[in-house]
Design a binder for this molecule. Structure first.
Ligand SMILES: Nc1ncnc2c1ncn2[C@@H]1O[C@H](COP(=O)(O)OP(=O)(O)OP(=O)(O)O)[C@@H](O)[C@H]1O
Ligand SMILES: [Mg+2]
Length: 249
């Protein structure tokens, strides 16, 4: 079996008396979509934040692309190829979609000597940013300010940012949220193809999307992984049905 590109080992995170991450071990292999599901407050976003580097775990290890990234900053991890999208958008509202993507590319490109060149005229930034927006299905909205974009379109901008950064793995926190049925099905098709290029750790409440896309599913409840398996295994797991799926499956 292929070596994992991302491996999380025995991660623990406490917020005061609350254990939000309880000895979580999971991995992401090349070519796969690994879905992370679980009820509200289960600790999905907290886990993604620890992998991306915005939250420090209390214990455990995170290795990415063969190295321990636990001590690295968010930007360093992004530069190594960890691309993240947010449950709550982190984009600059007053800038266009294109400018947001360009600024993100510039931020990770490691070149701080560009500041004297106007960003919007820098072809080495425009071209990859436009290509990424095109792939994320948002090319015709490139010059619209983010404030005017729908929630779904903002997710597409974040995905374009992760693409433009040439991410080697994607951490997507509820990318379908705020999208209508048409948007969700378009995004599902897009993610389906994206896994070949870079594997995806996908946090998602939309079970249609999860069942359609996931190679493996891990179920998080009260910070603990209660099951990991294929779609069929998870759908038929009695503990998972009780804890999360209910009648949905
Ligand atoms: N910075 C923080 N300080 C204190 N408690 C926090 C913090 N962030 C999250 N929590 C708590 O940790 C638990 C896990 O939250 P988290 O946001 O990771 O859940 P989630 O699975 O992403 O939920 P949702 O499906 O609603 O997005 C919750 O009880 C939450 O209230
Ligand atoms: Mg969350």
């Amino acid at each position: 079996m292929a070596e994992a590109i991302l491996a999380i080992d025995e991660l623990v995170k406490n917020f005061g008396a609350l254990r939000a991450t309880d000895h979580v071990t999971l991995d992401l292999k090349p070519g796969e979509i690994h879905a992370l599901i679980g009820p509200n407050g289960a600790g999905k976003t907290t886990l993604i934040s620890q992998i991306a580097g915005t939250i420090r775990p209390d214990r455990g290890r995170i290795s990415f692309d063969g190295r321990d990234v636990g001590a690295l900053s968010v930007a360093q991890r992004a530069r190594l190829g960890l691309g993240r999208t947010f449950q709550v958008s982190s984009l600059a509202l007053e800038f266009s979609a294109l400018r947001n993507v360009m600024l993100a590319v510039q931020a990770v490109s490691g070149s701080s000597f560009r500041f004297f060149r106007p960003v919007m005229r820098d072809r080495s930034l425009i071209e990859p940013a436009m290509a990424a927006l095109e792939r994320a299905g948002l090319a015709e909205r490139a010059n619209v300010t983010v404030a005017e974009l729908s929630h779904g379109e903002r997710r597409q901008v974040e995905i374009a940012i992760a693409l433009a950064m040439k991410s080697k793995a994607f951490l997507l926190d509820e990318p379908m949220a705020g999208m209508g049925p048409e948007g969700s099905s378009r995004l599902t098709g897009f993610l389906d193809g994206l896994r070949e290029e870079a594997p995806i750790l996908l946090v998602e409440h939309d079970m249609n999307a999860v069942f359609a896309l996931a190679d493996r599913i891990s179920v998080l409840v009260y910070g603990r992984v209660i099951a990991t398996g294929t779609v069929d295994e998870i759908r038929s797991d009695p503990e998972v049905r009780r804890a999360y799926l209910g009648d949905e499956a």
